[in-house]
Design a protein around this ligand. Structure first.
Ligand SMILES: Cc1cc2nc3c(=O)[nH]c(=O)nc-3n(C[C@H](O)[C@H](O)[C@H](O)COP(=O)(O)OP(=O)(O)OC[C@H]3O[C@@H](n4cnc5c(N)ncnc54)[C@H](O)[C@@H]3O)c2cc1C
Length: 443
């Protein structure tokens, strides 16, 4: 297919080097790319046309929704970006059941704001500008994960353009294998253009942070872990410890961010009371807000290389807590621990391609380095991370800067990986969707 033929078929904008919007359109949050073409799709038919063009010209294919890939995989050099961000409608299909239809390129901040008008919400992530499909296809761990599960647990049906250009529906009845695979298998199986989800009736929620005296941090980690093992599902929390002066000038910070996804203040306060007693509280700003106000803007530090890593632990042992505290206070690393369990943990391990249902905590350790750093220096800088990750039960595909076989095997246990590869062989036998944590058709 020639480019002029593509232009005849394609209803959206096509951006090329030299166009005034090329530089912005070829750059994503973690990387500046130099693609040959950026196809801003308006419809599944546009996506199919761009895919056919890419394949007939042997172009590397990047798929982009919100552009937040931690590995910078939604742009490339010399290939095509198929961008779905113009497909961003958010529609209520049925108020009673909460069924909503979301364009693949909608952003979670807009979704939360629109759903609030209908007194509904979806479990998502914590950042406004992350794209609906990029987050959904990997999992979606946010402020209501314990109450309503992962974002992908709300997915009922997806419209997806496969490698051969077919526009398929994937749900429990149609292409059920594909439906299983896209819930956790990322962008390996096709380009999602729309999703139907069941949103939950959510009024305002309680949200804020309890900031503790950092001298209490060693005791707080274990006490937080113990309490979250029995806390009500409505309570989702994240413990952050940040050594002094990591992000500008600030003292060492130890805080638990809390979201109570419920309306009853008395029950909420009873559930929060144990957390208010695990250390000396310096401040506490937990207050009632609409859920959409909880989502934040992304502020990646400029001019730095960020290596994002994460690890799931089914049991966060006291020994592992020691490793985490060492990484934090001796190696000066920011540590975030997201409490899991609840609704996320009640879905069976093999129900979707997201297999880490038994994790009680996800530990995140971003490593910030100057952009001039050498690969050898990166390896050295990652040593504290490897000590923390040692003995973990796997990792979350959406928070990874590296996408080698090592990360793939941590993200997918053997049985999940084998099934994903079988499904990949059916829907993408030549592996054209390979700019991702790649699942090849043969393992
Ligand atoms: C600042 C920041 C905050 C984050 N917070 C959270 C959080 O709280 N919780 C959480 O779970 N995750 C979070 N993430 C991780 C996030 O979920 C992933 O990075 C996700 O892949 C980003 O989706 P995107 O659409 O914005 O990114 P993109 O870069 O557009 O897409 C990422 C990848 O997803 C695939 N993809 C995207 N759209 C499609 C599509 N329509 N069809 C097929 N494949 C597609 C492609 O392989 C692409 O490379 C965060 C990331 C960042 C950078």
């Amino acid at each position: 297919m020639t480019e002029s033929f593509l232009r005849e078929q394609f209803s959206g904008m096509i951006i090329e080097p030299g166009d005034s919007n090329y530089e912005a359109a070829s750059t994503v949050m973690m990387r500046k790319g130099a693609p040959a073409l950026i196809a801003m799709a308006q419809s599944p038919q546009d996506v199919a046309a761009a895919l056919a063009y890419a394949q007939s010209n042997n172009l590397l294919i990047a798929v982009r929704s919100g552009g937040h890939s931690n590995a910078g995989l939604s742009t490339n050099d010399g290939g095509i970006i198929i961008d779905v961000s113009c497909m961003n409608s958010i529609e209520l299909m049925d108020q009673a059941s909460g069924r909503v239809r979301i364009g693949a390129g909608a952003q979670w901040g807009d979704i939360a704001r629109r759903l609030y008008d209908w007194k509904l919400a979806l479990s998502s992530g914590d950042t406004k500008t992350v794209g609906a499909s990029g987050l959904m296809l990997g999992g979606g761990i946010g402020w209501m994960v314990r109450k309503y599960g992962l974002a992908l647990d709300s997915l009922m049906c997806a419209e997806i353009v496969t490698a051969d250009g077919r526009i398929l529906i994937a749900d429990e009845e149609n292409n059920a294998d594909l439906f299983w695979a896209i819930r956790g298998g990322g962008g390996n199986f096709g380009i999602v253009t729309g999703m139907e989800c069941i949103a939950h009736p959510v009024d305002d929620i309680l949200y804020g942070s309890i900031v503790y005296d950092p001298a209490d941090a060693p005791a707080i980690v274990g006490a937080w872990r113990d309490y979250m093992r029995t806390a009500p599902d409505e309570l989702t929390t994240s413990l952050l410890i940040m050594p002094a002066n990591m992000m500008g000038e600030h003292p060492t910070t130890c805080m638990v961010q809390c979201c109570w996804a419920g309306t009853d203040a008395e029950t909420a306060n009873a559930a929060l009371a144990p957390l208010r007693a695990i250390g000396k509280v310096l401040s506490d700003d937990i207050t009632r807000v609409p859920y959409y106000q909880v989502l934040e803007e992304a502020h990646p530090p400029q001019g730095m290389r960020i290596e994002t890593n994460n690890a799931f632990f089914n049991e966060l042992t006291d020994e592992k807590v020691e490793d985490i505290l060492t990484a934090c206070f001796e190696d000066k690393r920011i540590i975030q621990m997201r409490g899991l369990g609840g609704a996320m943990g009640r879905v069976s391990v093999d129900a979707t391609a997201f297999a880490h249902r038994n994790a009680e905590v996800m530990v995140l350790l971003p490593t910030f380095m100057p952009s001039s750093v050498t690969e050898a220096e990166v390896e050295t800088a990652l040593e504290p991370w490897h000590r923390v990750a040692n003995g973990s039960n796997g990792s979350y595909v959406n928070f990874l800067s590296q996408v080698t076989e090592r990360e793939r095997n941590a993200a997918y246990p053997p049985a999940t990986l084998a099934r994903l590869a079988e499904i990949k062989a059916v829907y993408d036998p030549t592996n054209i969707f390979n700019q991702n944590l790649n699942i090849p058709p043969q393992i």
